[in-house]
Design a binder for this molecule. Structure first.
Ligand SMILES: CC(C)(COP(=O)(O)OP(=O)(O)OC[C@H]1O[C@@H](n2cnc3c(N)ncnc32)[C@H](O)[C@@H]1OP(=O)(O)O)[C@@H](O)C(=O)NCCC(=O)NCCS
Length: 208
């Protein structure tokens, strides 16, 4: 059985693989967050997008997820199921390594949801997927994004020149890194999660 994690429960969130039925909620979350996302995520230029576009997006993410090509998750409020944002465990940085990305809808920032999501993904990365390295990349000007890995104990390893994907002129990209042997003593290891596989069976229950 694959150890692909389809769903993670944290104290306040459900971080799970997108489903086609999420398309209207994803659309609403992105469309109402355009100005907030635009400086850092070029795809926000396309907003507002219609339902068919969001459905196609989710089907594409889902196809990649189900075939272990890449892992894009939705972030949902555990209490009411509302879409709070999105995240990724991207495979593009090499074997036994993942790059975590995230965005939170404009009216849900400043509550710790991005940090809780990144912590949950980091936990499954090291505890279940057996990764050696997890990275978070962000534009050097994106102070709120850089605060997430800093809070979790990632190390600011380097700035890569003109490598940020931000929507306007090229900027330098910060690389934040955590290795497997740094994880047990980090703040990440204190975040409580439950993780579930594709069948909905619980894979891990870790107390904070
Ligand atoms: C980057 C982004 C996800 C960060 O969002 P954020 O709200 O700053 O980060 P968090 O969700 O982790 O929230 C942290 C804040 O919540 C506060 N907070 C409030 N209640 C909290 C709680 N119960 N638990 C934890 N933190 C809480 C923290 O103190 C912190 O505030 P501070 O920075 O003033 O100390 C968000 O700004 C975003 O979506 N930006 C646009 C897209 C983007 O840039 N993505 C990243 C591309 S690299």
């Amino acid at each position: 059985m694959s150890q692909t994690i389809y769903c993670i429960r944290t104290p306040r969130l459900i971080v799970r693989c997108w489903e086609p039925a999420d398309a209207p909620s994803l659309r609403e979350a992105k469309n109402t967050s355009k100005e907030h996302l635009l400086p850092w995520l070029p795809w926000a230029l396309e907003e507002p997008t219609d339902l068919a576009t969001n459905l196609a997006l989710i089907r594409g993410w889902r196809a990649q997820f189900d075939t272990d090509q890449d892992y894009v998750y939705g972030i949902f409020d555990r209490a009411d199921g509302r879409v709070l944002g999105g995240a990724g465990m991207h495979v593009r940085i090499g074997k036994r390594a993942r790059e975590i990305g995230y965005w939170v809808r404009a009216d849900a920032i400043n509550r710790g949801y991005a940090t809780e999501t990144a912590a949950a993904l980091t936990r499954i990365g090291f505890e279940i997927m057996g990764l050696e390295r997890i990275e978070i990349h962000c534009d050097v000007r994106n102070v709120r994004s850089a605060a997430v890995p800093a809070r979790l104990g990632f190390v600011h390893e380097a700035n890569l020149r003109r490598r940020a994907i931000s929507a306007d002129a090229p900027a330098d990209s910060m690389i934040w890194t955590m290795f497997a042997d740094e994880y047990p003593g980090s703040p990440v290891a204190r975040v409580t999660i439950e993780a579930f596989d594709v069948l909905g069976d619980r894979v891990a229950a870790a107390a904070g």
